[in-house]
Design a binder for this molecule. Structure first.
Ligand SMILES: NC(=O)c1ccc[n+]([C@@H]2O[C@H](COP(=O)([O-])OP(=O)(O)OC[C@H]3O[C@@H](n4cnc5c(N)ncnc54)[C@H](OP(=O)(O)O)[C@@H]3O)[C@@H](O)[C@H]2O)c1
Length: 422
């Protein structure tokens, strides 16, 4: 594809992002791109575009040799996989925003790009409007990249912000996020941390050349947080954020996970509110760099799709340099995390799961523990994954070795810390 090539675009999906792209493209004549056909699911819906554009037949795009670009913006990951796979097999440059589909099929999607020698871009699939994929891919050399951490899911950040600043209930905040078009069609993907871990899996391939099944990465969301946790956070000078992170360990391997975390109020990520995302990239020469922008929403997400379309015109494609041109990184599950956990009742605290307990307290209704847990005690285990147990990481939670013994503090807390649900 060259700078003079006209982009004849076949678009799948005309929802929040698809319609956003249609509107944005109409105001960007310099791109030399035009949407020629749109495949949707429900033909009966009213659309803000000429009726002749729309069809429910995928073949109208995939079998049409006049269309040189496929943009996939649907909310069905299985159908998206078949669309993207077919488009790549037919040699069409392809753009997608579907992080679930991409994260779950990364090895095959890498192979399809190589075999068919065709570009596949997906900047909007991680942090929507923030160009974090292309920066990790192009700018940071593997050796220099100590790690990255960020708020990568706009809807959970919106919910946490509304709860912390307006005292809104969890269901009300979720409903607002859905109405504003920030939440996934299936909001449990956001709330349970699945969307964030899918994005982390995508970032890992561009940061470290690591291709991992997202399900194998330690993750949880905000679904089990208690309102008492928000009180504890406030008293300690923290805000609670859902953070995705990766860090290079002393042994050269990479620790990666998605967990709620206490973030000090003076930290760069603390003021990242509502649907905004923020990512800090830590490298040895540039030190900390902070990316901030809208992590959800039709036009914001469409802006990243637009940038991919523009990149196609100057022949850009991901080269996956960290995977193919350098020794790819490797994930490690041999490290500890400093955690705050709260449990229902007093008797059921599973002390044997902790490598160290540093603080314990109880209201009589709930018990809280600050301690150190080996990651193997959290991976593939269910003892900490029930509706009454919350887990929040402390800042700088990763420990490669156990710290020296510290006296355990035992405290009984007043009753306003009792079990209040969001
Ligand atoms: N919304 C955001 O802020 C955001 C941010 C980043 C990435 N994304 C990603 O962008 C993608 C689209 O999200 P969205 O929020 O725009 O979703 P959406 O508003 O729910 O719209 C989904 C669109 O997909 C169409 N569709 C569903 N199944 C289809 C099929 N089998 N064939 C053809 N069309 C089909 C629907 O058709 P009908 O209109 O006929 O129902 C609808 O137009 C998702 O992968 C999402 O994860 C969204």
């Amino acid at each position: 594809m060259s700078k003079t090539t006209q982009l004849h675009i076949g678009l799948f999906g005309f929802g929040t992002v698809g319609e956003g792209l249609y509107q944005v493209l109409r105001h960007t004549p310099t791109l030399k791109g035009e949407i020629k056909k749109v495949v949707i699911k429900h033909p009966e819906k009213t659309r803000n575009a000429p009726a002749g554009l729309f069809t429910t037949e995928a073949a109208a795009i995939l079998d049409n040799d006049d269309l040189n670009v496929v943009v996939e913006l649907i909310d069905d990951a299985d159908a998206a996989y078949h669309i993207v796979k077919t488009a790549l097999q037919r040699g069409k440059a392809t753009v997608s925003a579907n992080k679930k589909m991409i994260a779950e099929h990364l090895p095959e999607l890498l192979e399809l790009q190589r075999i068919h020698n065709v570009p596949f871009l997906y900047e909007s699939a991680a942090c929507a409007s923030i160009p974090v994929i292309r920066n990790l891919e192009e700018y940071y050399d593997n050796d220099l990249l100590h790690g990255f951490q960020g708020i990568v899911n706009g809807s959970t950040n919106y919910i946490l912000t509304k709860i912390a600043t307006e005292g809104m209930s969890f269901p009300d905040a979720l409903q607002q996020a859905q109405e504003a078009g920030f939440a996934e069609s299936d909001p449990s993907l956001d709330v349970n941390g699945i969307d964030a871990v899918n994005k982390l899996a995508i970032l890992l391939v561009h940061a470290y050349g690591i291709v991992s099944n997202p399900q194998a990465i330690l993750h949880t969301g905000i679904q089990h947080l208690q309102s008492a946790d928000a009180i504890v956070a406030r008293e300690k000078g923290y805000v609670i954020k859902l953070i995705a992170q990766a860090r290079k360990l002393e042994n050269g391997k990479v620790a990666a996970f998605v967990m709620p975390q206490f973030v000090p109020t003076g930290h760069l990520l603390a003021p990242v509110s509502n649907e905004y995302n923020g990512v800090i990239i830590e490298s040895s020469l540039a030190e900390n760099q902070f990316f901030y922008g809208k992590g959800a929403g039709g036009v914001a997400t469409a802006s990243a799709v637009l940038s991919d379309l523009s990149a196609l015109r100057y022949g850009y494609r991901y080269e996956y340099k960290k995977r193919y041109d350098q020794a790819p990184g490797e994930l490690s599950n041999d490290f500890y995390l400093r955690v705050y956990m709260s449990f229902e009742g007093v008797g059921d605290v599973p002390y044997s799961q902790f490598a160290k307990v540093e603080e314990w307290s109880s209201t009589g209704h709930r018990s809280t523990v600050t301690g150190i847990v080996h990651v193997s005690k959290l991976l593939d285990t269910s003892w900490w994954q029930n509706a009454q147990t919350s887990v929040i990481l402390y800042p700088d939670a990763i420990l490669e070795t156990l710290p020296a013994a510290r006296e355990t503090t035992i405290q009984t807390l007043p009753h306003h810390f009792a079990n209040l649900k969001f």
